[in-house]
Design a protein around this ligand. Structure first.
Ligand code: CMC
Length: 374
């Protein structure tokens, strides 16, 4: 029996959602070049594309945005749950609890792809509120549900309680588009695995959030931000990296299971956006550190197939957007939920229980010894 550690190279499903062209360093969502979507579309339009398989008409988009607006505040008991949590709880864990709590009180018997898709859209709609409400609750403020045209603007306003500039709203929108989908990553696979038992969308997304939390996956955007803060100045980059590598540590924001021959294609968009924000804010320190990290770590580790990934510049962009560092991670989830839901719905249309196997390497035939004789 073939064994693939980390399931590397194993095809688990056929898909029409995302194509990664390693040869030409391109990513396509439903056939559309992600760089063009990041430049010309909005998160709502891209999410619609991922979920429904085609770009919306103007009317279709307005309807979709109205559904999102109408479901931004989750059922009331969800806010009540948040209000009872210890203030030290990590935002990604609270988001996981909040999405899980959304399921309670809903009739979940209809598990058809259509019913699950509608649930997925409601979850997507409510996630910015849950993350922002938690940040406000833990800092002694009232949760807000402000008026806003876009998901990105709503999230930033609900989090900060103040106005958001058009550049900031657009930067967050681009981040949400860029993070929305990335083929069979660990959290998408987790969501699909859970859904393959015919469990429900709340369960699948809750599990996906649990997967995203890990520092080898989404958690890297928090670690990358902490690293940049710790480095503090571009002049300290080399010393910091040398010490980390000498201690056998991995550098957050570098390395990827797929991109072993060059950097992640999304880096082009994120590097540009980080630079634009840095100059607009008149503070290039974090951008300069990330740039120096990119150069230095690539020079040291490219021979091993290690290049920068999205989380390096995502950390810089979120810093310029004023996000508290631990909010970086649930912000990734607010976006990636589009991909999770799309994969769950696609898989459920041709569902087959996911049940791999393993290779047993332990002993057999041991004789049972009563406890008093051991
Ligand atoms: N810094 C230093 N060395 C590294 C790094 C890194 N970031 N990543 C991998 N390596 C080394 C690793 O130690 C191994 O070395 P050796 O052959 O000497 O033992 C070699 O490179 C191959 O590593 P691997 O573990 O086989 O690679 P993988 O494909 O299983 O791991 C990864 C991919 C993302 C888990 C890994 O690169 C990593 O831990 N990166 C840091 C965390 C990170 O940035 N994660 C975000 C990933 S992209 C966004 C997302 O998916 O959410």
């Amino acid at each position: 029996m073939a064994y693939f550690p980390g399931l590397e190279g194993v095809v688990v499903k056929e898909t029409e959602i995302c194509h990664i062209d390693l040869e030409n360093s391109k990513i396509y969502y439903r056939g559309y070049d992600l760089e063009e979507l990041a430049e010309r579309s909005t998160f709502e339009e891209t999410a619609y594309l991922l979920l429904y398989g085609k770009l919306p008409t103007r009317g279709g988009l307005e309807q979709f945005k109205a559904v999102l607006r109408g479901n931004r505040a989750p059922p009331q008991h969800v806010t009540a749950v948040l209000q009872h949590l210890p203030k030290s709880a990590e935002p990604i864990d609270v988001l996981r609890t909040g999405v899980s709590a959304m399921a309670h009180g809903e009739d979940l018997r209809d598990r058809s792809p259509e019913a699950e898709l509608a649930r997925g859209v409601r979850i997507m709609a409510a996630m910015p509120y849950i993350v922002a409400a938690w940040h406000r609750i833990r800092t002694g403020q009232q949760p807000l549900s402000p008026d806003a045209d876009s998901h990105a603007e709503y999230f930033l306003k609900a989090l900060r309680g103040s106005d958001v500039s058009p550049l900031e709203a657009r930067a967050m929108d681009v981040m949400l588009i860029i993070y929305a989908e990335h083929s069979m990553n660990n959290s998408a696979f987790t969501a699909v695995t859970v859904a393959s038992t015919l469990s429900d969308m709340y369960a699948a997304v809750t599990a996906a959030i649990a997967s995203l939390k890990g520092p080898l996956h989404g958690g890297a955007n928090v670690d990358a931000a902490l690293m940049i803060e710790e480095i503090g100045d571009e002049g300290n980059v080399e010393k910091w990296v040398d010490a980390a590598l000498a201690a056998g540590r991995r550098i957050p924001g570098f390395g990827h299971r797929l991109y072993k021959r060059g950097p992640d294609p999304r880096l082009r968009v994120l590097r540009r956006l980080a630079k634009e924000l840095a100059y607009a804010k008149g503070d290039t320190k974090y951008y300069a550190i990330a740039q120096r990290l990119e150069e230095y770590v690539t020079a040291k580790l490219a021979a091993k197939g290690i290049y920068p990934n999205t989380d390096l510049y995502a950390a810089v962009i979120f810093k310029y957007l004023g996000l508290p560092v631990d909010i970086n991670l649930p912000t990734f989830a607010i976006s990636r939920v589009a991909g999770w839901v799309a994969h769950v719905v696609e898989y459920r249309r041709k569902n087959r229980l996911i049940r791999p196997t393993e290779k047993y390497t332990g002993p057999i035939g041991l004789k049972y010894v009563p406890i008093e004789e051991r």
